[in-house]
Design a protein around this ligand. Structure first.
Ligand SMILES: Cc1cc2nc3c(=O)[nH]c(=O)nc-3n(C[C@H](O)[C@H](O)[C@H](O)COP(=O)(O)OP(=O)(O)OC[C@H]3O[C@@H](n4cnc5c(N)ncnc54)[C@H](O)[C@@H]3O)c2cc1C
Length: 393
């Protein structure tokens, strides 16, 4: 079964569903002190950058993180000011077993208290086609392999803030967009947009693939042609998330459409407050690739009205009658990210080619640079971080 077939078999909720993780999981611990005595620079403080730093810290290795924006987390961004639980503006679901969190923390003496809510097999999924709304059980529509879980009163970012950030926060340089990397000599030299240089023995690049596609970072010498071709060939999806608060809950767990799962994109509305200890009714919309365009090309009131109208058509005007407020995260507009993730239907060799290190100096970690036959999720980003750190330590 190819990844694409697997995603299709999983139906709508194939949104970032793991493939390789169905067949293998990564359980190695890396707590030993390494023989490597050099220094490491990490570009980016998202999931892969923070996890790389955490694994290096555990091994007693000298590192610093160079982050372009003024905060950490990258595509794990959340907001705590919309309602009374964190709203995940990027990564939302845990697509793999909860034991993955222990793999990231990588310290058996740490008790992880993060709580999750799984979906019940009898949970209702609605399907809207040609004016008709029909309902099915999650298990009937998405199959019994569906294991996605929601964070309860937390998020992927919350997990990283609690268990990873304390080890590494003092080593993050914010507002430091790297514009060039010179790896001709023994040391790697990175230069930021104000001309300041940083030097180390090894460099881990975790900047999003879209940022590399845009040529925002110049490499000297140029990257090998295999990397350059993979970067240019990669289909990277854009994406948008919208969260709407309503005074009544008129919607089911998921609402899907005939174009909810295609080779060029996906979209779904879902109960974003599912499992939360909250009275707030919050409906989420996530749209990726081509399916995101219809929402991204609008802004402000026009965008809100388009969404309410779409929901009103399905739910007899209940959306506009009970609307309170909404929040939008358009990932194509997010500085230094400009994208959602490597498309689900990308050829699997793109991610694995990009995961190859260069001259034992340049390493890639992140959702789109994985040695496994899967990509796109936080778990993929952190597993690639572990692989990279293990490669040179
Ligand atoms: C809409 C959406 C929904 C998603 N849903 C899920 C989900 O439910 N579950 C899941 O597991 N995953 C989900 N994901 C994917 C998940 O968010 C990503 O796979 C993961 O967060 C990527 O981590 P990363 O470290 O590879 O990249 P990023 O988080 O993008 O981190 C890269 C960092 O590099 C920085 N950077 C960029 N350029 C430079 C530069 N030149 N110099 C210095 N720093 C730079 C950026 O500012 C950023 O902080 C979703 C993503 C999106 C967008």
């Amino acid at each position: 079964m190819t990844r694409k077939e697997f995603v299709k078999a999983c139906g709508l909720l194939g949104i970032s569903v793991p493939f390789q993780s169905m067949f293998a999981s990564c359980n190695k611990e890396i707590v030993e002190i390494s023989d490597f005595t050099g220094s490491v620079m990490i570009i980016g403080a998202g999931a892969a950058g923070m996890a790389s730093a955490h694994f290096l810290a555990q091994k007693g290795i000298d590192f610093q993180i160079l982050e372009a924006s003024n905060t950490y987390g990258g595509r794990m961004k959340h907001t705590t000011s919309f309602v009374d639980f964190p709203i995940p503006l990027g990564a939302e679901w845990l697509h793999v077993a909860e034991s993955e969190l222990a793999n990231i923390v990588n310290n058996t003496s740490t008790q992880i208290s993060t709580q999750f809510e799984a979906y019940q097999a009898q949970g209702q999924v609605a399907y809207f086609e040609e004016g008709n709304l029909s309902y099915a059980n999650i298990s009937d529509d998405f199959g019994n392999d569906f294991i996605d879980k929601k964070f309860i009163n937390s998020s992927w970012l919350g997990f990283f803030e609690e268990y990873i950030l304390p080890d590494i926060s003092s080593k993050i340089n914010f507002d430091t967009p790297i514009v060039s990397i010179d790896y001709q000599g023994d040391k790697v030299i990175a230069t930021d947009n104000s001309g300041q240089t940083y030097e180390a023995d090894k460099l881990i690049v975790t900047a999003p693939l879209k940022i590399l596609q845009e040529g925002a970072i110049a490499f000297t010498p140029q990257l090998p042609s295999s990397h350059q071709n993979a970067i240019q060939d990669a289909p990277v999806w854009g994406g948008i998330k919208v969260f709407l608060e309503f005074s009544e809950k008129f919607y089911p767990l998921y609402l899907s459409f005939p174009d909810s799962e295609t080779s060029v994109g996906q979209r779904v509305y879902y109960d974003a407050a599912y499992g939360q200890n909250s009275a707030s009714n919050v409906l989420g919309l996530v749209a990726l690739g081509a399916q995101a365009n219809q929402y991204q090309e609008l802004t402000g009131d026009a965008q809100r009205d388009f969404i309410l109208n779409e929901l009103d058509t399905v739910f007899n005007s209940l959306a506009s009658q009970t609307y309170i407020k909404h929040i939008v995260q358009n990932w194509d507009d997010e500085p230094y990210i400009h994208s959602a993730y490597l498309a689900d239907n990308a050829a699997s060799n793109i991610s694995s080619r990009l995961s190859k290190s260069i001259e034992e100096k340049i390493y890639f970690a992140g959702e789109a640079y994985t040695q496994e036959d899967d990509w796109g999720g936080v778990h993929n980003a952190t597993r690639s971080a572990r692989d990279v750190v293990n490669e040179f330590t």
